[in-house]
Ligand binder design. Structure first.
Ligand code: SF4
Length: 266
């Protein structure tokens, strides 16, 4: 991997520019893997399962190589634009970043999203017996071949719901943190325009919340005995969704490259 190769990859007209900025990173379920440079780069560099092993030193060396390359390209771009990186007050910049990050972490939306992640963890911790009981029940149904019962479908639906809940469990917080930081960083955002990064990140968070609510609704049908605590989670998520829509009233209107529009190239 060298700079030239990276540039060539970026110039491939088949890729949708910036699609990976407002996706949910769930590549296994993404319909745009063939149009995503991030996916192509990941496959090229880390496609081999052994390369992906976080204990594998080669993995970290490759990752470090990509960071190094990116840094060099940033320096080159800064030079082209006449920006002297050495003249920047890094201490002041890092203090500002820290303050904004802390303020964002304490924002109502981020606190609620973080609390949601913990609620999910607690629910699954308390549901181990429940899943075992459900497995016994479904196995019995398979053996009895009861009419009007479809245990395979039920198993698939439970697994799918759990996968969705787990995928977005912490993702909502990460995206909201980015969105809130964006609106706190005056100057780097364009609050008057719908298509700013904060709205994009908030939209991805909202979609993740929508899907999580849908998945919890399905879980409620499969585990009626746990209806009350699932409802608590649903109420929490719904409040978070409404609060996010209040803070980012234009987020739903953000157009995500690829996902929300037919891409026609730059
Ligand atoms: S756009 Fe799709 S393929 Fe690319 S990083 Fe996001 S989820 Fe993965």
């Amino acid at each position: 991997m060298d700079k030239e190769h990276l540039r060539k990859l970026a110039e491939n007209p088949n890729f949708i520019s910036g699609i990976y900025n407002y996706c949910d990173r769930w590549c296994k379920r993404c319909p745009f893997t063939s149009r995503c440079m991030n996916f192509a780069l990941g496959e090229e560099q880390f496609g081999d399962a052994e390369d992906c092993d976080i204990n594998n030193e080669a993995f970290w060396q490759k990752l470090s190589g990509i960071f190094q390359l990116t840094l060099e390209m940033v320096k080159e771009t800064a030079e082209e634009k006449g920006i002297d990186l050495d003249s920047l007050d890094l201490q002041a910049a890092s203090d500002e970043v820290r303050q904004t990050r802390d303020a964002a972490r304490n924002h109502e939306c981020c606190c609620a999203a973080k609390a949601y992640g913990q609620m999910v963890e607690n629910w699954f911790d308390s549901a181990k017996d429940l899943f075992e009981k459900k497995a016994d029940e479904l196995n019995l149904k398979v053996r009895l071949e009861l009419p009007e019962s479809n245990p395979d479908e039920e198993i698939t639906d439970i697994k799918d719901s759990v996968d969705i809940i787990r995928w977005y469990q912490y993702f909502v917080y990460v995206k909201l943190l980015r969105a809130i930081r964006g609106i706190l960083e005056e100057g780097s955002q364009s609050p008057d325009e719908i298509d700013n990064d904060s709205n994009g990140s908030a939209k991805v968070a909202l979609i993740s919340i929508d899907r999580s609510i849908g998945a919890w609704g399905r879980m409620c049908n499969h585990f009626p005995d746990r209806k009350d605590d699932i409802l608590d989670i649903l109420v929490h998520l719904d409040r978070l969704r409404r609060k996010t829509e209040t803070v980012f009233p234009d987020a739903r209107g953000f157009v995500r490259p690829g996902f929300d529009c037919i891409y026609q190239g730059d």
